[in-house]
Design a protein around this ligand. Sequence first.
Ligand code: HEC
Ligand code: HEC
Length: 305
Amino acid sequence: MEKPPLTAAPKNAGRILPIILVLLLVLGLGGTILLQIEKQPELAPVGRGAKLAESAGCFACHGRGDGEKRFNLRRREDQWAAKNNPSLWEGDITKVDELVEWITNGVTADEVEKHKRLFIKMPAYKDRLKSDEIDAIAAWVLAEGLKSSQGVGSSAKPIEETHQSPMGDRLLVQGDRLSRKYGCYQCHGELGQGGVANPASFKGYIPGFFGQDFRKLTANGDRTEILHWIDHGRGAAVESGLLGGIAKKYLDGQAIPMPGYRDQLTAPEKELLADYLLLLNQTGPLSAKAIQRIIPLLESEKASP
Ligand code: HEC
Ligand code: HEC
């Protein structure tokens, strides 16, 4: 006589199991794809330009700073004379068109004859880089140049006493000075344009003050959230809710955490910074031309009201 099985398996068990497995696989795959989409880098022209300058080999012939020399020679009559190449900032070029002309043609129209007498000549990149790539490099050169003209840390240009947060270009100038003074750009990129690497962070870099990255971390540009980040170096909203645990895990595990500025900044400074970040976010990723417009504002001692 046949004994009934000890655990009576339902008749259709053989069919349910594969279905469950397939469902789990679909969920897992879907989750992985979503995560990959979420992790897509968001690069502004400045951050993109930094990478492109590296891959285009600019530093073979140009120093990374004014102290870093690059060998070259120039012919004078029948003699070769020693001459170093300038860094990308030595000539103080602040016009996009001029930078674009150099990169596109390897020389500008009025330097052609002089350039011919050089031992090492600059290559034209017009067939190697697309015009938006050349623009991105120009944006990066302009933004990077501001470090030396505007100063950093305690050598940053002074901030005016304001009782009320300024607006428009004045806010831009004052916010920029505060950001330089307190090192925000060191981590968040020049002009808050992002792209600074951060191992084991969610996207592998520290986000700038623009775009989806910024909005996701600040509950869509919420002023109180921004102030919370400034005080604690952490977000409140992003660490709560359904996915809060994941955000927390990344914030705890990343190589470079943000310091909390609660006791380092005065209340008006925090307010001004929050307004400045909102302004940058509203403006969006800065093009080379946008940075060209900003430079003279920052150079002038006092921005016009
Ligand atoms: C093979 C060498 C070489 C490479 C690579 C090169 N350059 Fe140059 N570049 C030069 C030389 C040489 C000059 C002219 C220097 C001079 O006149 O004293 C120059 C001049 C310039 C100038 C004008 C500088 C000034 O102050 O007058 C800019 C801007 C510039 N290069 C940008 C770039 C960028 C951006 C890249 C990468 C996309 C690049 N260069 C790659 C050799 C090079
Ligand atoms: C030592 C590096 C460092 C410094 C300095 C720094 N931050 Fe951060 N900041 C971070 C990191 C890391 C995050 C978290 C990004 C993440 O979740 O991947 C962050 C996040 C933020 C966020 C959330 C939104 C966004 O787009 O990143 C704001 C707002 C912010 N910082 C503002 C500031 C301000 C203002 C200053 C200067 C007063 C500053 N930070 C200085 C590293 C820094």
